[in-house]
Write a protein that binds this ligand. Structure first.
Ligand SMILES: [Zn+2]
Length: 257
């Protein structure tokens, strides 16, 4: 039986705000109450937004509040080879493809008058799913989202389901000019660190179905999820890139009893 393992994964782009601190506390309490491990991982892939010294400041804040961690702090910026390896697995399985769409291309596709039923704003229209338009440069690699609804039982919010293909479409897992995207890195790291429970703010709830889709494609286990609603910020995660944040989601939720 695997040891209960939780993690706190802040972006070192600023000092911890109250919501993040509460998410850290919730995750720490969950792990410690189960006699488990608690890990800290710096999600510092978005290099232009990383603030020098912020990671240290976050760690000192955790220490001040007694939120001690096990094992060395992981930095995503030092784990790029692992994300590339996962991307290669997806490539071998035909689960990713090259995309040449610019933001302007996507905006045009969404408003094209000849499209009978364009996808909602922010949903990738699948332009490059079949093949790359000739003569176009590769801008990104997209995950070929399987059809169907992804469902999970949130330990706090209850049952949640999302048709990722309909609500997001094929999403970016790597930019041509940058490291792997957030969703892929998180999935790879949670598996590598044997994370069994992800306790985090509800602002990340809408990432979960995408992460489960990636876990299934890579043959990785899905941890338990608990999203802390009370302390979420109204806006979605601001550092996530390449994915639509304003979109419709087919979801059903119920409060846990
Ligand atoms: Zn494209």
């Amino acid at each position: 039986m695997s040891v209960s393992t939780g993690r706190f994964a802040p972006s070192p782009t600023r000092p911890l705000h109250l919501g993040s601190l509460v998410a850290a506390l919730g995750s720490w309490l969950f792990a410690r109450a189960n006699g488990g491990r608690w890990l800290v991982r710096m999600e510092d892939l978005d290099a232009p937004r990383v603030v020098p010294g912020a990671a240290d400041e976050i760690l000192r804040t955790l220490e001040r509040y007694g939120l001690t961690w096990d094992e060395e702090v992981a930095f995503q910026s030092r784990r790029l080879a692992h994300y590339d390896a996962a991307l290669e697995i997806l490539r071998e399985r035909g689960m990713v493809y090259a995309c040449s769409c610019s933001r302007a291309d996507l905006a045009r596709a969404a408003s094209a008058p000849d499209r009978g039923d364009p996808p909602p704003a922010g949903v990738y229209p699948g332009t490059c799913r079949g093949s790359l338009p000739p003569g176009k440069e590769i801008r990104a690699v997209r995950f070929r989202v399987p059809a169907g609804v992804f469902t999970f039982e949130d330990l706090v919010l209850g049952s949640f389901s999302e048709d990722v293909a309909a609500s997001v479409g094929d999403f970016v897992v790597k930019r041509a000019d940058g490291p792997s995207a957030y969703q892929l890195a998180v999935v790879v790291d949670d598996a590598a660190q044997d994370v069994t429970e992800v306790v985090r703010g509800a602002d990340l709830l809408d990432s979960t179905a995408r992460q489960i889709a990636l876990q299934q494609a890579l043959g990785l286990p899905t941890p338990a999820y608990a999203h802390l609603r009370s302390f979420s910020r109204p806006a979605a995660r601001s550092s996530a890139s390449g994915t639509a944040r304003c979109r419709s989601r087919r979801s059903t939720r119920r409060a846990s009893g």
